[in-house]
Design a protein around this ligand. Structure first.
Ligand code: 13P
Ligand code: SF4
Length: 352
């Protein structure tokens, strides 16, 4: 039914509904969201900022979350029970979060307990389901984001000798490497074969990396970097730590979406940048800095298809439903899962 409305009409309706709800309605938007959606966000941020803002906001009755499913789950866990969290399109998942389910995780953990005894603590990237966060919370661990992965790993090593890092092997490997842990002290756990991928003696392992990845960030390659270095030797390369170790090692800078934005904001006029992260954010940074030469590290531009499922028609549909008094696409995490997941999130927020 939204096909009959022009973009300007849809934007007008969104504005009207937002105004009529006032503070009762809150719209957080992740940096990877489309401009057509981000223009209506009350706040934008990286995963950590959005988690913190959700935890602080006690006024909003409705939180229309413009991001992906795991972020909306986190918002539901951190807000009061009377606050309702809505995801404008339920198909907005995250392929990385889907790479660790709870059955695989419990099975892998059992094997790890047999091999390592009580010497491991689990950490999970926030890009994971609420059930995985609950598993981590129950077992003494915490969540991490790309902004605080380093201090969180440091903390985890004060608790136990070894870390199981879920579900992104690249963020885990890049962060552990940054802490000085050699690559040959990191094993990979393959949840499909239920086996370690490791050639040495498991006793030497300090970090066990879950074999998951982000399909968007794996598109930035060593070849892309070599091409830029050859054609534009004075270009700075900045990537997200969900990129592979090889790509991060060859880049000049690596960090969260917020870090990428702040670094380029502070860079001098005329500087040159190749960015390895999601396309909507890269395009926005390019538009905001006409005085700098900025390109995507992969010339094909890499979209996150699930982030893109939240578009103007879906946002309007969610808001019009609220206007009619209906709450559609509500994200409600089971109370027992939420309780354990809160432990993992709070251990992070206390240190973030
Ligand atoms: P950050 O915004 O925390 O850097 O996360 C990136 C991401 O992939 C979110 O899905
Ligand atoms: Fe998931 Fe990667 Fe998309 Fe982020 S960019 S939501 S990690 S698939």
């Amino acid at each position: 039914e939204y096909k009959t409305l022009s973009v300007a009409e849809m934007e007008q309706r969104v504005r009207e509904i937002k105004n009529s709800f006032g503070e009762k309605l809150f719209i957080p938007g992740h940096h990877y969201q489309k401009d057509e959606v981000i223009q209506f966000a009350d706040t934008t941020g990286d995963s950590l900022q959005l988690a913190q803002i959700s935890a602080q906001n006690k006024n909003a009755e409705y939180i229309v979350f413009c991001g992906v499913h795991f972020m909306a789950e986190t918002a539901d866990i951190l807000t009061n029970p009377n606050q309702r969290v809505i995801l404008p399109d339920m198909r907005a998942g995250c392929s990385m979060a889907d790479m660790a389910n709870i059955e695989q995780t419990e099975r892998g953990w059992n094997t790890m307990q047999q091999v390592f005894g009580d010497t491991i603590i689990p950490l999970t990237y926030v890009n994971s389901t609420a059930a995985i966060k609950a598993f981590v919370g129950r077992n003494g661990g915490a969540t991490v984001t790309s902004s605080n992965a380093k201090p969180m790993l440091e903390w985890a090593f004060t608790q136990k000798q070894r870390i199981l890092f879920l579900p992104d092997q690249h963020l885990g490997r890049n962060t552990a490497f940054d802490l000085g842990i050699p690559l040959d002290e990191m094993a990979v756990w393959n949840p499909i074969t239920d086996a370690f991928e490791y050639n040495g003696n498991l006793n030497d392992v300090k970090v066990i990396l879950w074999k998951g990845h982000c399909s968007v960030h794996e598109n930035f390659t060593v070849n892309n970097i070599n091409d830029i270095r050859k054609d534009e030797p004075d270009m700075n390369i900045i990537v997200h730590p969900e990129c592979t170790r090889e790509v991060v090692a060859l880049s000049d800078y690596a960090g969260s979406t917020k870090y990428i934005i702040d670094t380029i904001d502070k860079a001098p006029s005329g500087s040159k940048w190749a960015i390895g992260t999601e396309m909507n954010l890269v395009k926005r940074i390019i538009n905001n800095h006409p005085d700098k030469k900025i390109v995507s590290l992969n010339p094909h531009m890499c979209p996150c298809l699930t982030m893109n499922r939240i578009d103007l028609p879906h946002l309007l549909w969610a808001l019009e439903s609220l206007e009619k008094g209906e709450v559609i696409n509500e994200i409600k995490v089971d109370a027992t899962i939420a309780k354990d997941a809160t432990l993992a999130l709070e251990r992070m927020l206390a240190r973030a």
